[in-house]
Design a protein around this ligand. Sequence first.
Ligand code: ZN
Length: 214
Amino acid sequence: MTRLTLTPSDVNAIYCVGRNYAAHAAELGNPVSKSPLIFTKSRTCIVPFSGDLSIPASLGRCDHELEIAVRIGAALSEADPETCLAAISHVGLALDLTLREAQSTLKAKGHPWDLAKSFTGACPLSELQPVAGFDLNDLDLTLTINGTVRQSGHCRQMLFPIGTLLSFLSHRLPLVPGDLFLTGTPAGVGPLEDGDALVGQLCGAEVTRAVVRR
Ligand code: ZN
């Protein structure tokens, strides 16, 4: 298998999980969920996680959430965690960009978060690497901004491991090749400013480098 640079038309759906690292749930004052908190992002929000990341200032505060992204390579329906892990074809990094002020307003009203999670450019996605080079139980990720480590985590810190997440979802709807799953963000989220230089590392290797334009 080769590396993939996915465009929106290459992707079926983008599923995400909120509050999957306890320290991140705590930093936003949210309780830890008893079952996975699943939401989606529109695939039309995928942009390359490289070069300039354009985020209109008119959207208000936009937070970085660095996440491990996995691509599903085989159909999954009511599958157990081991089967789900075996169905992953590629691994990479994504930013689950979040309009935090908009999200807080929507949450206060009891409304869906969609407009805080899906907007033009809301899902910078790195090149994806074949899963064969990775141990899905031993993945770590780091986001450095302007030379300072701002987010760092390991998949062992996830409240719901990747296989468990996919199994949970596959018992509720069919997963198909081309689906992406963003597996949650570690603590350290914060607002992005014009000129911020971002470097994302997966398992110690730099996989993406970008600059914010707002
Ligand atoms: Zn997220």
